[in-house]
Design a protein around this ligand. Structure first.
Ligand code: C5P
Length: 285
């Protein structure tokens, strides 16, 4: 894309739930979570350019089938500023849609950051952000974050270790409300409070391995393909941790080093040419 004068670009990094403990449910049906969230280098991109009116263009490998209509979360994010100013917004969709890695929420958060710069207006407050989606507040930064409440209680923890990661999406859509409904119990244990310092990568990784994603079991019942992804990761050399992110179907794995990570990604692409496979690492803060 040719840079447009005055345009602002913001990365919408993929959001990975390294853990996701469901600890309760509010009277309005939303679930209480305790989740450790990391952002990856791979992600969508939002670009906003000066314009008289508000418009949205969607491009990129996963643009097909996405509506650029006024119900798009990107437009909803723009409307939170409560202004009638215009902007030509471009969303470059590099991430599979509805796949548990925050795509729509990350795009909405990047739109808020970009338009705040373009229009020189403050970012709308967290209680407004959460109305766009429970994951929007956490996607406002790229920090390793412990997320509690319904996604609105955030402890920012600074930079994550670099992480040799692979993300895999098998191309099945899993509706989030249906996954939450499939939970056998909604009052599971929270994570322990004693998370080791992320700068001590080995101890920290062991701690993360001991956590869970409570949505993995119901998601695998709805989409057994997720089990196939997990099994395919588990036989790869150097694989330290495999887990589903969010409500699925994307799973991630953490590898010992970049060489075993890259070899595993090649193996997975050969064995499953129809899967989306992305080698990545933690985004810089
Ligand atoms: O907020 P968001 O649109 O991302 O959530 C999608 C759906 O996931 C909600 O309508 C709700 O059914 C479920 N959800 C939940 N508890 C959360 C987050 C999402 O029950 N904390």
């Amino acid at each position: 894309m040719t840079p447009i004068s005055g345009a602002v670009s913001e990365p919408a990094n993929a959001k990975i739930n390294l853990s996701l403990h469901v600890t309760g449910q509010r009277p309005d049906g939303y679930h209480l979570l305790d989740s450790l969230v990391v952002f990856t280098v791979v992600g969508d991109v939002i670009t906003v350019a000066p314009s008289d009116h508000l418009s949205l263009t969607i491009e990129g490998p996963f643009s097909a089938g996405l509506s650029a209509g006024h119900d798009n979360l990107v437009f909803q994010a723009a409307r939170l500023f409560g202004t009638d100013r215009g902007a030509a917004i471009t969303l470059t969709k590099n991430l599979p849609v509805a796949s548990g890695i925050g795509g729509g929420s990350a795009d909405a958060a990047a739109t808020l950051r970009a338009l705040s710069q373009l229009w020189d207006l403050p970012v709308p407050p967290r209680d407004a952000q959460v109305q766009l989606g429970a994951d929007v507040p956490v996607c406002m930064t790229r920090e390793l974050t412990r997320m509690r409440g319904v996604g609105d209680v955030l402890d920012h923890l600074g930079a994550a270790p670099p992480l040799n990661m692979i993300l895999v999406n098998p191309g099945v859509a899993v509706p989030t409300p249906k996954v939450f409904k499939g939970l056998a119990t909604k009052t599971n244990a929270a994570m322990p409070n004693d998370m080791p310092d992320p700068s001590n990568a080995d101890t920290w990784t062991s701690w993360v391995i001991a956590q869970r994603n409570d949505l993995e079991t119901p998601a695998c019942t709805i989409a057994p393909e997720i089990n196939v992804v997990i099994d395919a990761f588990l036989v790869q050399t150097g694989c330290q941790l495999v887990r589903m992110s969010g409500s699925g179907a994307t799973c991630f794995a953490i590898f010992e080093d970049a060489d075993t990570r890259d070899a595993a990604a090649s193996n997975l692409r050969v064995a499953h040419p129809d899967w989306w496979v992305a080698e990545t690492g933690a985004a810089e803060v």
